[in-house]
Design a protein around this ligand. Structure first.
Ligand code: X5A
Ligand code: ZN
Length: 565
Protein backbone atom coordinates (compact mmCIF):
# COMPACT_ATOMS: atom_id res chain seq x y z
CA UNK A 1 0.00 0.00 0.00
CA UNK A 2 1.20 3.53 -0.66
CA UNK A 3 -0.25 4.56 2.68
CA UNK A 4 1.73 2.34 5.01
CA UNK A 5 4.38 2.83 7.64
CA UNK A 6 7.33 0.45 7.64
CA UNK A 7 8.74 -0.88 10.90
CA UNK A 8 12.12 -2.57 10.91
CA UNK A 9 13.20 -4.60 13.90
CA UNK A 10 15.20 -7.76 14.43
CA UNK A 11 15.95 -9.35 17.77
CA UNK A 12 19.43 -10.14 16.46
CA UNK A 13 20.42 -6.51 17.11
CA UNK A 14 19.88 -7.08 20.87
CA UNK A 15 22.55 -9.74 20.81
CA UNK A 16 25.65 -7.84 21.80
CA UNK A 17 26.55 -6.02 25.00
CA UNK A 18 29.34 -4.50 27.05
CA UNK A 19 31.60 -7.30 28.33
CA UNK A 20 33.77 -5.30 30.71
CA UNK A 21 33.45 -2.40 33.13
CA UNK A 22 33.19 1.00 31.47
CA UNK A 23 31.04 3.66 33.17
CA UNK A 24 30.81 5.67 29.93
CA UNK A 25 29.26 2.75 28.04
CA UNK A 26 27.12 0.95 30.59
CA UNK A 27 23.92 2.75 29.53
CA UNK A 28 23.99 1.33 26.00
CA UNK A 29 22.12 -1.91 26.77
CA UNK A 30 20.26 -4.48 24.60
CA UNK A 31 17.01 -3.69 26.47
CA UNK A 32 16.91 -0.31 24.72
CA UNK A 33 15.78 -2.12 21.62
CA UNK A 34 13.61 -4.87 23.12
CA UNK A 35 11.74 -2.45 25.41
CA UNK A 36 11.03 -0.09 22.49
CA UNK A 37 9.74 -2.92 20.34
CA UNK A 38 7.63 -4.44 23.13
CA UNK A 39 5.99 -1.07 23.70
CA UNK A 40 5.03 -0.95 20.02
CA UNK A 41 3.60 -4.46 20.28
CA UNK A 42 1.71 -3.74 23.51
CA UNK A 43 0.10 -0.59 22.11
CA UNK A 44 -0.92 -2.38 18.92
CA UNK A 45 1.20 -0.02 16.84
CA UNK A 46 3.50 -2.69 15.42
CA UNK A 47 0.48 -4.57 14.04
CA UNK A 48 -0.53 -1.47 12.11
CA UNK A 49 2.91 -1.18 10.50
CA UNK A 50 4.34 -3.04 7.53
CA UNK A 51 7.05 -5.31 8.94
CA UNK A 52 10.13 -4.95 6.75
CA UNK A 53 13.05 -7.29 7.47
CA UNK A 54 16.54 -5.88 7.87
CA UNK A 55 19.43 -7.02 5.72
CA UNK A 56 23.19 -6.70 6.06
CA UNK A 57 24.69 -3.67 4.35
CA UNK A 58 27.26 -4.76 1.76
CA UNK A 59 30.92 -3.72 1.85
CA UNK A 60 30.31 -1.37 -1.07
CA UNK A 61 27.46 0.30 0.83
CA UNK A 62 29.53 0.71 4.01
CA UNK A 63 32.33 2.17 1.87
CA UNK A 64 29.96 4.94 0.73
CA UNK A 65 30.91 6.59 4.03
CA UNK A 66 33.76 4.63 5.66
CA UNK A 67 37.36 3.87 4.69
CA UNK A 68 38.55 0.47 3.61
CA UNK A 69 41.11 0.34 6.45
CA UNK A 70 38.39 0.97 9.03
CA UNK A 71 36.02 -1.59 7.53
CA UNK A 72 38.81 -4.19 7.43
CA UNK A 73 39.59 -3.42 11.09
CA UNK A 74 35.99 -3.87 12.22
CA UNK A 75 35.72 -7.06 10.14
CA UNK A 76 38.33 -8.68 12.37
CA UNK A 77 36.43 -8.07 15.61
CA UNK A 78 34.18 -11.19 15.50
CA UNK A 79 37.26 -13.37 15.83
CA UNK A 80 39.04 -11.40 18.56
CA UNK A 81 39.60 -12.49 22.15
CA UNK A 82 38.22 -10.34 24.95
CA UNK A 83 41.67 -8.76 25.42
CA UNK A 84 41.98 -7.99 21.70
CA UNK A 85 38.51 -6.45 21.68
CA UNK A 86 39.35 -4.22 24.64
CA UNK A 87 42.50 -3.08 22.92
CA UNK A 88 40.75 -2.44 19.60
CA UNK A 89 38.13 -0.43 21.50
CA UNK A 90 40.81 1.76 23.13
CA UNK A 91 41.64 3.56 19.87
CA UNK A 92 38.19 5.14 19.94
CA UNK A 93 36.12 7.27 22.34
CA UNK A 94 33.11 6.06 24.37
CA UNK A 95 32.40 2.90 22.38
CA UNK A 96 32.77 -0.83 22.93
CA UNK A 97 33.17 -3.85 20.68
CA UNK A 98 31.76 -7.36 21.06
CA UNK A 99 32.17 -10.47 18.86
CA UNK A 100 28.64 -9.94 17.44
CA UNK A 101 28.69 -6.16 17.02
CA UNK A 102 30.04 -6.25 13.44
CA UNK A 103 27.09 -8.42 12.43
CA UNK A 104 24.66 -6.07 14.20
CA UNK A 105 26.31 -2.97 12.72
CA UNK A 106 25.85 -4.42 9.21
CA UNK A 107 22.19 -5.11 10.05
CA UNK A 108 21.73 -1.60 11.50
CA UNK A 109 23.09 0.08 8.37
CA UNK A 110 21.20 -2.41 6.17
CA UNK A 111 17.97 -1.63 8.07
CA UNK A 112 18.34 2.04 7.18
CA UNK A 113 18.85 1.04 3.54
CA UNK A 114 15.80 -1.25 3.56
CA UNK A 115 13.79 1.63 4.94
CA UNK A 116 15.06 4.00 2.23
CA UNK A 117 14.21 1.40 -0.43
CA UNK A 118 10.67 0.92 0.94
CA UNK A 119 9.99 4.65 1.09
CA UNK A 120 11.69 5.69 -2.16
CA UNK A 121 9.94 2.97 -4.19
CA UNK A 122 6.59 3.93 -2.68
CA UNK A 123 5.97 0.57 -1.01
CA UNK A 124 5.26 2.57 2.14
CA UNK A 125 4.90 6.27 2.82
CA UNK A 126 7.34 6.45 5.74
CA UNK A 127 8.86 4.27 8.43
CA UNK A 128 11.08 3.68 11.40
CA UNK A 129 14.04 1.37 11.93
CA UNK A 130 14.80 0.23 15.49
CA UNK A 131 18.51 -0.48 15.37
CA UNK A 132 21.61 -1.07 17.49
CA UNK A 133 24.37 -0.01 17.28
CA UNK A 134 23.45 3.64 16.61
CA UNK A 135 25.35 5.52 13.92
CA UNK A 136 25.58 9.32 13.97
CA UNK A 137 28.91 9.59 15.87
CA UNK A 138 30.90 7.17 13.73
CA UNK A 139 33.31 8.73 11.28
CA UNK A 140 35.04 7.72 8.07
CA UNK A 141 37.74 5.83 9.94
CA UNK A 142 36.56 5.71 13.52
CA UNK A 143 33.95 4.28 15.84
CA UNK A 144 32.65 6.73 18.46
CA UNK A 145 29.91 7.17 21.05
CA UNK A 146 28.44 3.61 20.81
CA UNK A 147 28.40 3.92 16.99
CA UNK A 148 30.19 1.63 14.53
CA UNK A 149 28.83 2.48 11.04
CA UNK A 150 27.05 5.73 10.29
CA UNK A 151 23.66 4.26 9.42
CA UNK A 152 21.96 7.51 8.41
CA UNK A 153 24.94 8.94 6.51
CA UNK A 154 25.17 5.71 4.51
CA UNK A 155 21.42 5.86 3.88
CA UNK A 156 21.68 9.44 2.57
CA UNK A 157 24.46 8.57 0.10
CA UNK A 158 22.53 5.44 -0.92
CA UNK A 159 19.31 7.40 -1.51
CA UNK A 160 21.20 9.74 -3.83
CA UNK A 161 23.05 6.98 -5.65
CA UNK A 162 20.41 4.27 -5.93
CA UNK A 163 17.21 6.34 -6.02
CA UNK A 164 18.41 9.56 -7.59
CA UNK A 165 17.46 11.74 -4.63
CA UNK A 166 18.78 15.22 -5.41
CA UNK A 167 18.43 16.68 -1.92
CA UNK A 168 18.35 14.82 1.39
CA UNK A 169 17.47 16.49 4.70
CA UNK A 170 18.92 14.90 7.85
CA UNK A 171 17.27 16.00 11.09
CA UNK A 172 19.23 14.89 14.16
CA UNK A 173 17.06 15.31 17.25
CA UNK A 174 19.31 13.09 19.40
CA UNK A 175 20.75 15.12 22.29
CA UNK A 176 24.34 14.54 21.13
CA UNK A 177 25.94 16.22 18.16
CA UNK A 178 26.21 13.76 15.27
CA UNK A 179 29.69 14.93 14.39
CA UNK A 180 30.12 11.93 12.08
CA UNK A 181 27.21 13.12 9.95
CA UNK A 182 28.47 16.71 9.98
CA UNK A 183 31.97 15.68 8.81
CA UNK A 184 30.51 13.45 6.11
CA UNK A 185 28.44 16.18 4.47
CA UNK A 186 29.98 19.50 5.52
CA UNK A 187 31.11 20.37 1.99
CA UNK A 188 28.07 18.82 0.30
CA UNK A 189 25.13 21.09 -0.60
CA UNK A 190 22.93 18.12 -1.55
CA UNK A 191 22.62 16.98 2.07
CA UNK A 192 21.31 19.46 4.64
CA UNK A 193 22.22 18.43 8.19
CA UNK A 194 20.42 19.89 11.21
CA UNK A 195 21.41 18.96 14.76
CA UNK A 196 20.57 20.32 18.17
CA UNK A 197 22.66 19.09 21.04
CA UNK A 198 23.63 19.56 24.64
CA UNK A 199 26.77 21.67 24.42
CA UNK A 200 27.31 23.71 27.59
CA UNK A 201 29.98 25.80 25.95
CA UNK A 202 31.90 22.72 24.83
CA UNK A 203 31.84 21.11 28.31
CA UNK A 204 29.59 18.28 27.12
CA UNK A 205 30.71 15.25 25.12
CA UNK A 206 32.04 15.12 22.40
CA UNK A 207 33.41 18.53 23.47
CA UNK A 208 34.04 19.77 19.95
CA UNK A 209 34.55 23.36 18.89
CA UNK A 210 32.87 22.46 15.58
CA UNK A 211 29.58 21.57 17.30
CA UNK A 212 28.91 25.27 17.89
CA UNK A 213 26.39 27.34 15.92
CA UNK A 214 29.06 28.88 13.70
CA UNK A 215 29.82 25.60 11.90
CA UNK A 216 27.62 26.18 8.89
CA UNK A 217 29.35 23.99 6.30
CA UNK A 218 32.32 24.49 3.99
CA UNK A 219 32.90 25.38 0.35
CA UNK A 220 29.80 24.75 -1.72
CA UNK A 221 28.26 23.11 1.38
CA UNK A 222 28.31 26.44 3.25
CA UNK A 223 24.83 27.07 4.61
CA UNK A 224 23.88 23.39 4.56
CA UNK A 225 24.97 22.50 8.10
CA UNK A 226 22.92 23.82 11.02
CA UNK A 227 23.91 23.39 14.66
CA UNK A 228 21.73 24.50 17.57
CA UNK A 229 23.91 24.03 20.67
CA UNK A 230 22.06 24.05 24.00
CA UNK A 231 24.24 25.70 26.60
CA UNK A 232 22.02 24.64 29.48
CA UNK A 233 20.25 21.44 30.44
CA UNK A 234 16.50 21.40 31.17
CA UNK A 235 15.30 22.45 27.71
CA UNK A 236 11.55 22.02 27.34
CA UNK A 237 8.97 21.30 24.67
CA UNK A 238 8.70 24.99 23.83
CA UNK A 239 12.46 25.23 23.21
CA UNK A 240 12.40 22.32 20.79
CA UNK A 241 9.36 23.71 18.98
CA UNK A 242 10.98 27.13 18.73
CA UNK A 243 14.09 25.62 17.18
CA UNK A 244 11.92 23.80 14.64
CA UNK A 245 9.64 26.76 13.81
CA UNK A 246 12.25 29.50 13.71
CA UNK A 247 15.38 27.69 12.52
CA UNK A 248 14.89 24.29 10.94
CA UNK A 249 11.55 24.48 9.13
CA UNK A 250 12.07 27.72 7.17
CA UNK A 251 15.35 26.35 5.86
CA UNK A 252 13.96 22.84 5.30
CA UNK A 253 11.03 24.18 3.24
CA UNK A 254 13.38 26.29 1.15
CA UNK A 255 15.71 23.30 0.69
CA UNK A 256 12.78 21.25 -0.61
CA UNK A 257 14.21 17.79 0.10
CA UNK A 258 13.36 14.64 -1.88
CA UNK A 259 13.75 12.60 1.30
CA UNK A 260 13.87 13.30 5.04
CA UNK A 261 16.06 11.12 7.25
CA UNK A 262 15.79 11.47 11.01
CA UNK A 263 18.61 10.59 13.39
CA UNK A 264 15.94 9.62 15.90
CA UNK A 265 17.68 9.63 19.24
CA UNK A 266 15.46 9.95 22.29
CA UNK A 267 18.09 10.94 24.83
CA UNK A 268 16.65 14.43 24.24
CA UNK A 269 13.55 13.39 26.26
CA UNK A 270 12.90 13.93 29.96
CA UNK A 271 14.52 11.46 32.33
CA UNK A 272 17.45 10.62 30.12
CA UNK A 273 20.70 10.41 32.08
CA UNK A 274 22.74 11.78 29.16
CA UNK A 275 20.54 14.63 27.98
CA UNK A 276 19.10 15.89 31.29
CA UNK A 277 16.47 17.75 29.25
CA UNK A 278 12.79 18.25 30.15
CA UNK A 279 10.93 17.70 26.86
CA UNK A 280 8.16 15.12 27.19
CA UNK A 281 7.79 12.04 24.95
CA UNK A 282 4.77 13.56 23.18
CA UNK A 283 7.00 16.28 21.73
CA UNK A 284 8.28 13.64 19.29
CA UNK A 285 4.79 13.30 17.84
CA UNK A 286 4.94 16.98 16.95
CA UNK A 287 8.53 16.97 15.71
CA UNK A 288 7.64 14.03 13.47
CA UNK A 289 4.45 15.71 12.26
CA UNK A 290 6.25 18.95 11.40
CA UNK A 291 8.54 17.01 9.06
CA UNK A 292 5.81 14.90 7.46
CA UNK A 293 4.75 17.43 4.84
CA UNK A 294 8.27 17.77 3.46
CA UNK A 295 9.42 15.55 0.58
CA UNK A 296 5.82 14.48 -0.09
CA UNK A 297 5.83 12.64 3.24
CA UNK A 298 8.91 10.50 2.52
CA UNK A 299 10.40 10.23 6.01
CA UNK A 300 12.70 7.55 7.45
CA UNK A 301 13.41 7.62 11.19
CA UNK A 302 16.40 5.60 12.35
CA UNK A 303 16.99 5.05 16.06
CA UNK A 304 20.09 6.63 17.60
CA UNK A 305 20.37 7.20 21.38
CA UNK A 306 17.90 7.05 24.26
CA UNK A 307 18.91 5.63 27.64
CA UNK A 308 15.94 6.03 29.94
CA UNK A 309 14.02 2.92 28.98
CA UNK A 310 10.61 4.33 29.98
CA UNK A 311 11.06 7.63 28.20
CA UNK A 312 12.64 5.90 25.21
CA UNK A 313 9.77 3.44 24.72
CA UNK A 314 7.12 6.18 25.05
CA UNK A 315 8.98 8.43 22.62
CA UNK A 316 9.33 5.64 20.05
CA UNK A 317 5.57 4.98 20.30
CA UNK A 318 4.77 8.68 19.80
CA UNK A 319 6.95 8.78 16.71
CA UNK A 320 5.51 5.64 15.11
CA UNK A 321 1.94 6.60 15.97
CA UNK A 322 2.41 9.93 14.21
CA UNK A 323 4.02 8.26 11.19
CA UNK A 324 0.85 6.13 11.00
CA UNK A 325 -1.20 9.31 10.74
CA UNK A 326 -2.96 9.29 14.10
CA UNK A 327 -4.03 12.64 15.57
CA UNK A 328 -1.40 14.29 17.72
CA UNK A 329 -1.63 14.81 21.47
CA UNK A 330 -2.09 18.37 22.68
CA UNK A 331 1.02 19.68 24.41
CA UNK A 332 0.44 21.20 27.82
CA UNK A 333 2.35 24.08 29.35
CA UNK A 334 3.68 25.90 26.34
CA UNK A 335 2.06 29.21 27.24
CA UNK A 336 2.63 31.30 30.31
CA UNK A 337 1.65 29.52 33.54
CA UNK A 338 -1.09 31.99 34.51
CA UNK A 339 -2.90 31.43 31.23
CA UNK A 340 -2.90 27.70 31.64
CA UNK A 341 -4.62 27.49 34.98
CA UNK A 342 -8.23 28.14 33.94
CA UNK A 343 -8.23 25.96 30.93
CA UNK A 344 -8.92 22.43 32.03
CA UNK A 345 -12.69 22.57 31.71
CA UNK A 346 -12.38 22.96 27.97
CA UNK A 347 -10.40 19.78 27.70
CA UNK A 348 -12.42 16.93 26.47
CA UNK A 349 -10.58 13.88 25.36
CA UNK A 350 -11.91 12.28 22.26
CA UNK A 351 -10.24 9.19 20.99
CA UNK A 352 -11.01 9.50 17.32
CA UNK A 353 -10.13 12.29 15.01
CA UNK A 354 -12.87 14.06 13.14
CA UNK A 355 -12.05 15.53 9.83
CA UNK A 356 -14.47 18.20 8.78
CA UNK A 357 -15.17 19.38 5.31
CA UNK A 358 -17.88 21.96 5.14
CA UNK A 359 -18.23 23.83 1.90
CA UNK A 360 -20.10 26.76 3.19
CA UNK A 361 -20.56 30.36 3.95
CA UNK A 362 -18.74 31.91 6.86
CA UNK A 363 -21.55 34.39 7.34
CA UNK A 364 -23.80 31.54 8.45
CA UNK A 365 -21.29 30.34 10.96
CA UNK A 366 -20.13 33.65 12.34
CA UNK A 367 -23.00 34.35 14.75
CA UNK A 368 -22.33 31.06 16.45
CA UNK A 369 -18.66 31.64 16.97
CA UNK A 370 -18.48 35.28 17.93
CA UNK A 371 -20.21 35.74 21.28
CA UNK A 372 -17.85 34.47 23.97
CA UNK A 373 -18.00 30.93 22.65
CA UNK A 374 -20.23 29.77 25.47
CA UNK A 375 -22.30 27.65 23.15
CA UNK A 376 -21.66 23.99 22.84
CA UNK A 377 -21.23 23.19 19.22
CA UNK A 378 -21.14 20.15 17.08
CA UNK A 379 -19.87 19.84 13.58
CA UNK A 380 -20.87 17.17 11.15
CA UNK A 381 -18.12 14.65 10.94
CA UNK A 382 -17.74 13.73 7.32
CA UNK A 383 -14.29 12.33 7.76
CA UNK A 384 -14.01 8.65 7.08
CA UNK A 385 -10.75 7.27 5.89
CA UNK A 386 -12.57 4.62 3.81
CA UNK A 387 -13.88 7.33 1.52
CA UNK A 388 -11.92 8.74 -1.37
CA UNK A 389 -11.56 12.52 -1.41
CA UNK A 390 -14.10 12.77 -4.20
CA UNK A 391 -16.58 10.52 -2.44
CA UNK A 392 -16.14 12.52 0.70
CA UNK A 393 -16.82 15.74 -1.06
CA UNK A 394 -19.88 14.34 -2.81
CA UNK A 395 -21.18 13.08 0.49
CA UNK A 396 -20.66 16.46 2.07
CA UNK A 397 -22.60 18.08 -0.75
CA UNK A 398 -25.41 15.53 -0.63
CA UNK A 399 -25.93 16.22 3.01
CA UNK A 400 -26.04 19.91 2.13
CA UNK A 401 -23.87 20.67 5.04
CA UNK A 402 -23.47 24.32 4.27
CA UNK A 403 -27.19 24.91 4.70
CA UNK A 404 -27.15 22.71 7.76
CA UNK A 405 -24.40 24.45 9.64
CA UNK A 406 -26.52 26.57 11.97
CA UNK A 407 -28.58 23.59 13.04
CA UNK A 408 -25.62 21.34 13.48
CA UNK A 409 -23.86 23.94 15.56
CA UNK A 410 -26.46 23.77 18.30
CA UNK A 411 -25.33 20.38 19.45
CA UNK A 412 -22.13 19.68 21.25
CA UNK A 413 -18.64 18.43 20.51
CA UNK A 414 -16.28 20.79 22.18
CA UNK A 415 -16.70 23.91 24.21
CA UNK A 416 -15.01 26.92 22.72
CA UNK A 417 -14.50 29.59 25.31
CA UNK A 418 -12.46 32.02 23.33
CA UNK A 419 -10.67 32.23 20.08
CA UNK A 420 -7.52 33.44 18.44
CA UNK A 421 -8.08 34.92 15.00
CA UNK A 422 -5.14 35.11 12.66
CA UNK A 423 -5.87 36.68 9.33
CA UNK A 424 -3.30 36.39 6.58
CA UNK A 425 -3.93 38.70 3.65
CA UNK A 426 -2.42 41.21 1.27
CA UNK A 427 -4.36 44.09 2.77
CA UNK A 428 -2.79 46.38 5.28
CA UNK A 429 -5.05 46.22 8.32
CA UNK A 430 -4.68 48.91 10.94
CA UNK A 431 -2.49 47.83 13.82
CA UNK A 432 -4.49 45.95 16.43
CA UNK A 433 -4.28 46.29 20.17
CA UNK A 434 -6.04 43.00 20.81
CA UNK A 435 -3.84 40.03 21.62
CA UNK A 436 -6.33 37.62 20.08
CA UNK A 437 -6.85 39.31 16.73
CA UNK A 438 -3.73 39.21 14.61
CA UNK A 439 -3.90 40.50 11.06
CA UNK A 440 -0.81 39.54 9.07
CA UNK A 441 -0.19 41.58 5.99
CA UNK A 442 1.91 40.11 3.23
CA UNK A 443 3.28 42.77 0.91
CA UNK A 444 2.81 40.60 -2.14
CA UNK A 445 -0.39 38.97 -0.91
CA UNK A 446 -1.21 35.33 -0.20
CA UNK A 447 -0.18 34.33 -3.68
CA UNK A 448 3.45 34.82 -2.69
CA UNK A 449 4.43 31.35 -1.54
CA UNK A 450 7.66 32.45 0.12
CA UNK A 451 6.06 35.12 2.29
CA UNK A 452 3.06 32.95 3.09
CA UNK A 453 5.13 29.97 4.21
CA UNK A 454 7.43 32.21 6.24
CA UNK A 455 4.40 33.64 8.03
CA UNK A 456 2.99 30.18 8.66
CA UNK A 457 6.22 28.66 9.99
CA UNK A 458 7.62 31.60 11.92
CA UNK A 459 4.42 33.18 13.26
CA UNK A 460 1.30 31.05 12.90
CA UNK A 461 2.77 27.76 14.14
CA UNK A 462 4.40 29.23 17.28
CA UNK A 463 1.21 31.18 18.04
CA UNK A 464 -0.84 28.03 17.59
CA UNK A 465 1.39 26.02 19.89
CA UNK A 466 1.21 28.65 22.59
CA UNK A 467 -2.54 29.16 22.22
CA UNK A 468 -3.28 25.41 22.11
CA UNK A 469 -6.69 25.57 20.41
CA UNK A 470 -9.45 23.00 20.90
CA UNK A 471 -10.53 23.42 17.29
CA UNK A 472 -8.91 24.83 14.19
CA UNK A 473 -11.18 26.70 11.85
CA UNK A 474 -9.65 27.51 8.51
CA UNK A 475 -11.34 29.64 5.95
CA UNK A 476 -10.35 30.25 2.35
CA UNK A 477 -11.73 33.44 0.92
CA UNK A 478 -12.58 33.83 -2.75
CA UNK A 479 -9.69 35.34 -4.65
CA UNK A 480 -7.27 34.90 -1.76
CA UNK A 481 -4.59 33.97 -4.25
CA UNK A 482 -3.22 31.13 -2.10
CA UNK A 483 -1.89 28.41 -4.37
CA UNK A 484 -3.26 24.89 -3.91
CA UNK A 485 0.04 23.40 -2.71
CA UNK A 486 0.56 26.21 -0.22
CA UNK A 487 -3.01 25.76 0.99
CA UNK A 488 -2.40 22.03 1.43
CA UNK A 489 0.79 22.71 3.39
CA UNK A 490 -1.14 25.08 5.65
CA UNK A 491 -3.85 22.52 6.41
CA UNK A 492 -1.29 19.76 6.84
CA UNK A 493 0.67 21.78 9.38
CA UNK A 494 -2.41 23.00 11.28
CA UNK A 495 -3.66 19.45 11.68
CA UNK A 496 -1.06 19.13 14.43
CA UNK A 497 -3.25 21.30 16.67
CA UNK A 498 -6.50 20.47 18.49
CA UNK A 499 -5.93 16.72 18.17
CA UNK A 500 -6.56 17.09 14.46
CA UNK A 501 -9.98 18.71 14.82
CA UNK A 502 -9.84 20.83 11.73
CA UNK A 503 -12.74 22.63 10.17
CA UNK A 504 -12.19 24.03 6.72
CA UNK A 505 -14.59 26.52 5.24
CA UNK A 506 -14.28 26.84 1.50
CA UNK A 507 -15.76 30.17 0.65
CA UNK A 508 -14.66 29.97 -2.90
CA UNK A 509 -16.49 28.74 -5.94
CA UNK A 510 -13.31 27.15 -7.23
CA UNK A 511 -14.29 23.47 -7.26
CA UNK A 512 -10.79 22.45 -8.34
CA UNK A 513 -9.33 23.10 -4.90
CA UNK A 514 -11.85 20.84 -3.12
CA UNK A 515 -10.02 17.64 -4.08
CA UNK A 516 -6.61 18.79 -2.82
CA UNK A 517 -8.24 20.09 0.37
CA UNK A 518 -10.07 16.84 1.08
CA UNK A 519 -6.94 14.85 0.28
CA UNK A 520 -4.82 16.56 2.91
CA UNK A 521 -7.66 16.49 5.46
CA UNK A 522 -7.81 12.75 4.96
CA UNK A 523 -4.16 12.47 5.89
CA UNK A 524 -2.34 12.45 2.57
CA UNK A 525 0.90 14.41 2.66
CA UNK A 526 0.89 17.84 1.05
CA UNK A 527 2.96 18.04 -2.14
CA UNK A 528 6.32 19.81 -1.92
CA UNK A 529 6.59 23.53 -2.68
CA UNK A 530 9.08 23.39 -5.52
CA UNK A 531 8.95 27.10 -6.25
CA UNK A 532 10.65 27.91 -2.94
CA UNK A 533 13.86 26.57 -4.48
CA UNK A 534 14.16 29.49 -6.85
CA UNK A 535 12.45 32.31 -5.02
CA UNK A 536 13.90 34.79 -2.59
CA UNK A 537 11.96 36.11 0.39
CA UNK A 538 10.49 39.60 0.14
CA UNK A 539 8.42 39.88 3.27
CA UNK A 540 11.22 39.01 5.68
CA UNK A 541 11.56 42.47 7.21
CA UNK A 542 7.84 43.04 7.69
CA UNK A 543 7.36 39.63 9.26
CA UNK A 544 10.35 40.16 11.52
CA UNK A 545 8.91 43.47 12.75
CA UNK A 546 5.56 41.78 13.39
CA UNK A 547 7.27 38.98 15.29
CA UNK A 548 9.14 41.45 17.47
CA UNK A 549 5.94 43.34 18.23
CA UNK A 550 3.92 40.22 19.03
CA UNK A 551 6.51 38.60 21.25
CA UNK A 552 5.49 40.82 24.15
CA UNK A 553 2.29 38.73 24.27
CA UNK A 554 3.50 35.42 22.88
CA UNK A 555 6.67 33.89 24.26
CA UNK A 556 6.80 31.23 21.53
CA UNK A 557 7.73 34.06 19.17
CA UNK A 558 11.02 34.70 20.93
CA UNK A 559 13.87 33.60 18.74
CA UNK A 560 16.85 34.15 21.00
CA UNK A 561 16.14 30.88 22.79
CA UNK A 562 19.42 29.34 21.60
CA UNK A 563 21.46 31.87 23.54
CA UNK A 564 20.53 30.22 26.87
CA UNK A 565 23.46 30.62 29.22
C1 X5A B 1 24.11 7.50 19.99
C2 X5A B 1 24.40 8.19 21.31
C3 X5A B 1 26.00 8.78 22.99
C4 X5A B 1 27.41 8.58 23.38
C5 X5A B 1 27.70 9.23 24.72
C6 X5A B 1 29.10 9.03 25.13
N1 X5A B 1 25.67 8.15 21.74
N2 X5A B 1 29.41 9.71 26.36
O1 X5A B 1 23.50 8.70 21.93
ZN1 ZN C 1 22.69 10.59 21.83
Amino acid sequence: STMGTALIYDEEMTKYKLLWVDPACKIEVPERLSVSYQALVRTGLSDRCVAVPPREASDAEILLVHSEEYLEGVKKTPHMTLEDLKEFTLQYGDVYFHPNIYHCAKLAAGSALQLVDSVMTGTVRNGMALVRPPGHHSMRSAASGFCVFNNVAIAARYAKQKHGAKRVLIVDWDIHHGQGVQYCFEDDPSVLYFSWHRYEHQKFWPNLRESDYDSVGKGSGAGFNINVPWNKVGMENSDYLSAFCHVLLPVAYEFCPDLVLVCAGFDSAVGDPEGEMCATPDIFAHLTHLLMNLAGGKLCAVLEGGYNLTSLAQSVCQTVQTLLGDPLPRLANLGSPCERSGQTQTERCRKSRNVFLLPGNYALLRPYLSHEMKTSVEFAATGNSDLSPTALFTKALQKRLSAGIPILLRKKISVLRKMLVVQISGEDKEEQKCKYYIPMCLKKGCGDTVGFIQAVLGLLLPLGYEYDPGLVLLSRMPGSGVGDCTWQQLIGLLKGFAKGHTLVLMQTNDGACMGPTASVLLGHPAPPLQELLTRLPDDGDALERMRERLQADWKMLETLFFLHG
